[in-house]
Design a protein around this ligand. Structure first.
Ligand code: ZN
Ligand code: ZN
Ligand code: ZN
Length: 146
């Protein structure tokens, strides 16, 4: 994706363009899978952590990325699609965690099933499926490594 597109996505989501925001968004779009804060910290060592975390918070608020619950203790984020904007996230897709390579992917084609709970108001629902991802399933066993 070229720089012009990255900048227009930031503007569309009411975000001022900074080097950090531009670089992080670029990385999200190119990577194609959910990213953990640890991975982002390692990749963007040139930015201090506060700047990086502020960028992630701003992206989450403005509907550029969404956080994905994960038991590893590191927050993970996936890129949003055109349906999300400032203050609104419109997606309830499931996530898949690969036990072989550790990647978490958004599965936009599959929705979290609706649960009807009379008397309760549901504001959020999450479903994480675990197993072996498509890429790992097609690799010969010995070349799969952490
Ligand atoms: Zn979203
Ligand atoms: Zn995998
Ligand atoms: Zn997702």
């Amino acid at each position: 994706m070229d720089e012009g597109n990255i900048i227009s996505i930031l503007k569309k989501h009411e975000l001022r363009v900074t080097d950090c925001r531009r670089d992080v968004l670029h990385y999200f779009i190119d990577s194609g899978h959910a990213l953990s804060t640890r991975e982002l910290e390692e990749t963007f060592g040139q930015y201090d952590r506060v700047t990086l975390y502020r960028t992630l918070n701003a992206f989450t608020e403005k509907g550029v990325i969404h956080s994905i619950p994960d038991s590893s203790g590191f927050a993970r984020y996936g890129a949003c699609h055109d349906t999300c904007g400032p203050g609104t996230h419109r997606h309830d897709h499931v996530h898949f965690k690969c036990e072989e390579c550790g990647k978490i992917e958004c599965i936009p084609s599959e929705q979290v099933p609706m649960v009807n709970l009379p008397g309760y108001t549901i504001s959020e629902s999450n479903l994480i499926l675990a197993g072996t991802c498509e890429a790992c399933n097609t690799l010969p066993q010995q070349s799969v490594s952490q």
